[in-house]
Design a protein around this ligand. Structure first.
Ligand code: AHG
Ligand code: MN
Ligand code: MN
Length: 334
């Protein structure tokens, strides 16, 4: 039997092949993976570890924080601040950027994360995850929030880890998407799928249908046509899946195709969408594109959006290429 390929070996071999992973970036990715292992252990303990339930605080988004949101954020900060590979970090759970303390060496990368995605699923034992994005710090002394405001196409690495029946880490450094599964006996991530591909067509959509009455006309049109099944204009029956953890919905799409949408809606018309551009939409958009899918804000490519602020929100439509292009066309043509 062929020997198992660990995350470390995969990264070292990728580094040798085309030099796409500088040593500091490899260290960074290994530290993020180690943090995910640690978050996975906390998630697994559940009520036994006292990690369930709500904390007595709100984040900058005005959302009540769960204990695991805070624990996961701390795990990522503590693991990443001392290695010398980072200049600063940004998180869904922190208003401003987190500068690497002066007592540690400063690196050339910026790390952004949603420490725990799918918070509403924590207490009900449904899959959740961590999403991360890595940028290069622009040249020059010091580091500021402005340095983080780079379009998604500038990412140098992106990925997520799902804490579900298995713990799986999915990663891109710009040469395709690879999946690793946590081997709990060995304590290491093992390569379980290389070059993940999203089929161009699908019969599966993911959207929170309870918001239907608030949607824009092109979104209503698209879903309505899907719902008409083989008697409607699409000529085929569609299936619906909605986990309410974006990380897990995207994982399903990377595994077997589908379309995921969290579009702008009329509940809060001044906000461009619910999901956050820098640490939710951008990393997922890059992974999806790297696997042959597409990702737009219903009008334009997510990876081309020039961010105006750290916690900026965005409309999201991603997955199987032909379906994403259809939704985008419905919006652009009006
Ligand atoms: P988070 O838990 O990081 O705040 O993100 C939750 C997001 C996303 O994962 C999911 O797709 C969406 O919120 C679900 O929201 P609703 O249940 O409000 O539609
Ligand atoms: Mn999230
Ligand atoms: Mn979150």
């Amino acid at each position: 039997m062929a020997s198992k390929i660990s995350l470390t070996r995969y990264l070292v071999e990728e580094q040798r092949v085309d030099g796409s992973i500088p040593a500091q970036l490899r260290l960074l990715l290994e530290v993020v993976a180690r943090s995910c292992k640690s978050i996975s252990h906390a998630v697994n303990k559940g009520a036994l570890g006292g990690v369930l339930g709500t904390a007595e605080s709100e984040n900058i988004q005005g959302e009540v924080q769960k204990k695991l949101d805070i624990i996961s954020n701390e795990v990522l900060i503590e693991a990443n601040e001392w290695g010398g590979h980072l200049a600063a970090m940004a998180s869904e759970e922190m208003e401003g950027i987190y500068l690497v303390p002066n007592r540690y060496p400063q690196g050339e990368y910026l790390l952004l994360f949603d420490p725990l995605d799918g918070s509403s699923n924590i207490d009900v034992n449904v899959s959740i995850g961590t999403i991360f994005s890595v940028l290069k710090k622009p040249e020059g002394a010091g580091v500021s929030e402005q340095d983080f405001l780079q379009a998604g196409c500038k990412q140098v690495a992106a990925g997520y880890c799902v804490y579900g029946p298995q713990t799986t880490l999915v990663l891109t450094v710009g040469s395709g998407v690879a999946m690793f599964t946590l081997d709990r006996e060995q304590g290491s991530f093992v390569l379980t799928q290389e070059k993940m591909r999203i089929p161009e067509d699908t019969k599966e959509f993911a959207i929170n249908m309870s918001n239907m009455r608030h949607w824009d006309a092109p979104v209503k049109r698209y879903i309505d046509e899907c719902l008409q099944g083989k008697d409607g204009p699409r000529g085929k029956d569609f299936n619906m899946r909605w986990i309410a953890s974006m990380v897990t919905d995207v994982h399903r799409i990377l595994t077997r195709g589908g379309i995921f949408m969290y579009p702008w809606d009329k509940r809060e018309p001044e906000k461009p969408g619910k999901l956050r551009l820098m640490y939710e939409a951008n990393p997922m958009a890059w992974l999806v594109e790297q696997a042959g899918g597409a990702a737009t804000n219903c009008r334009e490519r997510i990876l081309d959006i020039a961010p105006g602020k750290l916690h900026e929100r965005v409309s999201v439509c991603l997955g199987s290429k032909n379906e994403v292009e259809r939704v985008t066309r419905y919006h652009v043509e009006g």
